[in-house]
Structures are given as structure tokens and as C-alpha cells.
Design a protein around this ligand. Structure first.
Ligand SMILES: Nc1ncnc2c1ncn2[C@@H]1O[C@H](COP(=O)(O)OP(=O)(O)OP(=O)(O)O)[C@@H](O)[C@H]1O
Ligand SMILES: [Mg+2]
Length: 298
């Protein structure tokens, strides 16, 4: 992908997404679905949102992209800032320049009017009037980054779910927003496709983008996230590094399935075997058990 100066700087002092005292009630719903949310996500951070069904994760994403309250209405209090700017007075279109969004079902977010993967990626850029030579360069780069060059001439609707999800992600990433909000992208995918999607999200983070990801696959959350936010009943129940959140009693009390390595470490502890640290992957657990202070690559 072509170099993009300001996207590449990973200045962690800058907050990319800031929610201050956000409380929100959908029209007609009994009580608030988001309650007193205070959350600052740094530029370039990979922040995962976890929590049980109905916790408010998707609603939180909707608040970050302005759909709550601009589209859904309802009672909204508090402030959402993107790159320091309050979005209260921005239109959804203006917010979309800074915040890209991909959700669960890739099928529903394809434009539906393009004949090939190549055109699907070029679609948004053509709409913006980007010069053709630049479109070609950006599409080629993104096909490569997403590992979908082999499907470039295929009809997006004839691809597998995993391939479609990578096309949907690529079609968003090519728009080059700084903040990427992704809601359960792998819930319908097999393990290999899940790994492929995470590799692509990680590549986007490496370009300096801020990642906000809702995900139920805790092994992947543990491995990729800088920070994890545990939501429950509309509130932030725990926040911190994956090791902090997965070992917080709130994780168990909110029915979170722990990553395999942390669950194993806890079972071993029950048998009197203490595992140093909180290994986030099984290879790291094995490394910790074999006593090496060496770093086990994951
Ligand atoms: N458009 C809507 N109108 C009214 N209530 C809604 C609407 N969308 C969601 N809700 C309610 O808000 C609460 C939070 O929903 P939300 O979809 O944000 O949860 P979630 O954490 O994303 O859950 P899941 O894991 O099932 O996707 C739920 O009680 C849900 O029923
Ligand atoms: Mg949801």
C-alpha cells in the first residue's frame, strides 16, 4: 500500500477515540443500553470489546461511528470524540471519513453492483473521484495485503464466507480511515479464515490504524489485542491488557470463555503448579512452564 505519512506514525499520546460519560437509551427500550461509558483508545491501538450477548458491544460501536444517536435517535448523554473532535455536530458522512466499519455478515456489505473483487475494491475510490492510475495502484496494493489477488476477477458473491469477509475488509481498508470498527467479523468463519481475517486486521494496525474489534474468539482476542474492554449490562466491567482482563473475576462472572492458555494455567494452579505470568498463547504457556525466561514466539 502506498505510504501515507500521518497514518504511519504511531503516536500513542494521541487519543483516537474518546467516549466521556456516555449513557444511551434506544427509543422505547426500558433502560440505558450504555451506562456511564468512559473510554479512551489511543491512536494505533488494537482494542477489543468482549462481553455476553446484549452487553452493548454493537451499540458502543454504533456510538463511535455516530449512528447512535444520529440514526437510531433515543436518549444520548455524553461526548464522543474522534481524533480529539466532538462528533456531535458532524454528519454520519463526515464521521465515515475517519471511521471505517465492517460487521458480521460480509454478504450484506458488498456493494452488490460490482462484477469482480477488483471492482469492489475500486468502487469507493471511483465514487470519490480518485484518479484511475492511483486507483489501480491502491487496489493492487490492497489485493496483495489482503491475500486476495487470486480472486481479483471473481464475482464477490461467488466466494466463500471467509474470502468474502476479507474482500469486505479490504474494501473498507482501502478507504484509509484512521479508525477501524469491526463487529464480529469471524463469527461465521472457520478457523483458517478466522486466522486470515486477524492477519489482515493486524496488517491494518501495523499501518498505524486504530482497531476497535468486537470478538467472541478469546484466543484471538488474547493474542492480538493491546487492550481488552469487557462489557456487561451496558457498563465497562473490566479494562486492561488481555492478561489483566482474562484473569479478572469479572470475566468469569460475565460468562467469558477464557483463552485456552489462561484456562490451562488456572487449572494447573488448582493442582499446585504455578505458571509465571499469564501466558496468552499455548506456546507461551509451554515456554513459561519449561522455566525459560526466553520469549516464545506466537
Ligand atoms: N435498535 C435497537 N432498538 C432497541 N433496542 C436495541 C436495539 N439494538 C439493540 N438493542 C438492545 O440493546 C441491548 C444491547 O444490544 P447490543 O446489540 O449492543 O449488544 P451486543 O453486546 O452487541 O450483543 P451481541 O453479542 O448479541 O451482538 C440489548 O438489550 C438489545 O436488545
Ligand atoms: Mg453485537
Amino acid at each position: 500500500m502506498r505510504p501515507r505519512g500521518h497514518h504511519r506514525s504511531k503516536d500513542c499520546a494521541v487519543d483516537s477515540v474518546t467516549l466521556t460519560d456516555v449513557t444511551y437509551t434506544y427509543p422505547g427500550s426500558e433502560g440505558p443500553v450504555l451506562r456511564d461509558i468512559n473510554l479512551s483508545i489511543r491512536a494505533g491501538e488494537f482494542c477489543s470489546i468482549i462481553g455476553p450477548n446484549g452487553a452493548g458491544k454493537t451499540t458502543l460501536c454504533a456510538a463511535i461511528r455516530g449512528f447512535v444517536p444520529k440514526f437510531y435517535k433515543g436518549d444520548f448523554e455524553g461526548t464522543v470524540r474522534i481524533k480529539g473532535e466532538d462528533i456531535a455536530d458532524a454528519s454520519i458522512g463526515e464521521i465515515a471519513r475517519d471511521v471505517g466499519f465492517v460487521f458480521q455478515n460480509p454478504f450484506t456489505q458488498m456493494s452488490g453492483i460490482t462484477a469482480s473483487v477488483y471492482d469492489e475494491l475500486a468502487f469507493g475510490l471511483r465514487n470519490l473521484g480518485v484518479p484511475p492510475a492511483q486507483i489501480r495502484e491502491r487496489v493492487e496494493g490492497m489485493l496483495e495485503l489482503a491475500g486476495i489477488t487470486a480472486f481479483r476477477d471473481r464475482d464477490p458473491f461467488q466466494l466463500s464466507g471467509g474470502q468474502q469477509q476479507r474482500v469486505a475488509l479490504a474494501a473498507m481498508l482501502i478507504m484509509e480511515q484512521d479508525v477501524i470498527v469491526i463487529d464480529e467479523p469471524t463469527s461465521q468463519l472457520d478457523p483458517q479464515s478466522t486466522d486470515d481475517v486477524f492477519a489482515l486486521i493486524e496488517a491494518a494496525q501495523k499501518q498505524g490504524r486504530t482497531i476497535v474489534l468486537v470478538e467472541h474468539k478469546m484466543g484471538h482476542v488474547a493474542r492480538y489485542s493491546d487492550r481488552v474492554v469487557l462489557m456487561g449490562e451496558g457498563r465497562i466491567q473490566a479494562i486492561g491488557t488481555p492478561a489483566d482482563v482474562f484473569t479478572d473475576p469479572a470475566a468469569a462472572s460475565h460468562g467469558i470463555t477464557l483463552p485456552e492458555s489462561i484456562e490451562l494455567a488456572q487449572r494447573l494452579a488448582g493442582h499446585g503448579v504455578t505458571v509465571p505470568g499469564s501466558p496468552l498463547t499455548v506456546p507461551a504457556l509451554i515456554g513459561a512452564l519449561s522455566g525459560g525466561s526466553h520469549h516464545v514466539a506466537d
